[in-house]
Design a protein around this ligand. Structure first.
Ligand code: EPU
Length: 343
């Protein structure tokens, strides 16, 4: 019989999910190095139980109060420069590194490429899974490759950028290979010098208001942190998963029909004759912004974010999300879908 020593039983996952819901895991294993992961994969509990790979828990909603299986919490640490050539720097970060801390460190070392993704809660290993994005940049823009372990065999595999099939909040790890691999490290291609991306939303307005004409890398990083803080809840204070829904992508024809009724509808043009519409705007127009009951609600400063004020369950959020979906669909004929992983 193969036993994985550091395994715990009946662990409350409340500290491990940013919604802050209580959910007890039958088994819980914290992974601090790759050897532990390899040992775990060959253990009997791993072979016999259903399992969930948990990273920062910033994009997961536990619907039930008991997880009848094994939660594998990835907490491997380490960052190193692998290669420097001209303007290019390749940096490897282990999956359990804290994402916002990693971005902060790269910015303080004057490395460009991930500054617009500052302050997104989560861990490095989860970032490629949903191709995190913000303020006009996505993870894929500075992603080189990642290493992952196949859970059924323990074999290592390198995924190139192409192999990851990145899309909007999407990758192969969320689709074809869902639940089959665990990402153990990510290599980034960063730059010693690059243009800053200031075009998105209110970045320029914020910089102007603060008397910054041509920002440094550090100033842009700090501006993004401040803009996010003003709009999004601090998960240490109010439970949330950031954006709960994805921004829906609709046809130009459907968009033009909507624009007749709502001339000010915000939108972003997408390739292939499609248009992306902000779900936050649709939810606000449907009257949900700031709605709350005792336990859960729709954040008053950003309607895309569902929040847990305490004392609620994942089920409360699911019920709220369903009501929002129905009312948005009734009003606009658009079905919005969750970005968050429902477990
Ligand atoms: N809007 C409203 N009401 C709201 C929220 C937004 O009318 O309550 C409108 C805004 O006025 C703006 C538009 O919708 O015209 C877009 O809003 P915003 O720039 O805040 O971005 P978003 O589309 O709501 C996306 C990402 C965020 C990311 C921001 C900034 C998704 C699902 N969400 O939100 O990502 O931080 O852009 O780049 O794509 C996350 O994934 O957890 C996340 C926070």
């Amino acid at each position: 019989m193969c036993i994985f020593a550091p395994m715990k039983t009946n662990v409350d996952l409340q500290p491990y999910n940013s919604f802050g819901f209580h959910a007890v895991a039958k088994y819980f294993a914290e992974i601090n190095d790759i050897q532990e992961l390899e040992a775990l994969i060959h253990s009997d509990v791993f072979k016999n139980e259903k399992y969930l790979i948990l990273s920062g828990g910033n994009n997961v909603l536990f619907q039930e109060e008991y997880f009848d299986g094994l939660v594998v919490y990835i907490n491997t640490k380490g960052t190193k420069i692998l290669e420097e050539q001209g303007n290019d720097v390749v940096v490897r970060a282990q999956a359990g590194e804290d994402w916002p801390e990693f971005v902060k460190r790269m910015v303080s070392q004057s490395l460009y490429g991930i500054e617009n993704l500052a302050h997104i809660p989560g861990k490095v290993g989860a970032a490629p899974v949903q191709n995190i994005g913000a303020y006009g940049m996505e993870l894929k823009d500075s992603f080189l490759q990642c290493e992952a372990i196949e859970l059924s065999t323990g074999n290592k595999r390198v995924f190139t950028k192409k192999g990851c099939r990145f899309g909007y909040r999407d990758s192969i790890f969320k689709s074809e290979l869902k639940g089959q691999y665990v990402i153990t490290s990510v290599d980034f291609l960063l730059k010693k010098n690059a243009l800053l991306h200031l075009e998105y939303g209110n970045i320029k307005a914020y910089l102007e208001q603060n008397g910054i004409e041509s920002p440094t890398l550090q100033q842009l990083h700090d501006a993004i942190c401040a803009i996010r803080d003003a709009k999004l809840p601090d998960v240490k204070q109010i439970g949330s998963c950031g954006s709960f829904f994805k921004n829906p992508v609709i046809s130009v024809a459907q968009f033009e029909a909507l624009q007749k009724d709502y001339p000010n509808i915000p939108h972003y043009d997408e390739p292939n004759g499609k248009v992306k519409v902000p779900a936050g705007w649709l939810i606000e127009q449907a009257g949900w912004k700031g709605w709350r009951n005792e336990h859960v609600g729709v954040y008053e400063k950003q309607a895309l974010v569902l929040v847990h004020y305490g004392g609620g369950t994942g089920h409360d959020i699911v019920e709220l999300a369903k009501k929002i979906q129905v009312s948005v669909e009734e009003k606009f004929g658009i079905r919005i879908s969750p970005e968050v992983n429902l477990v």
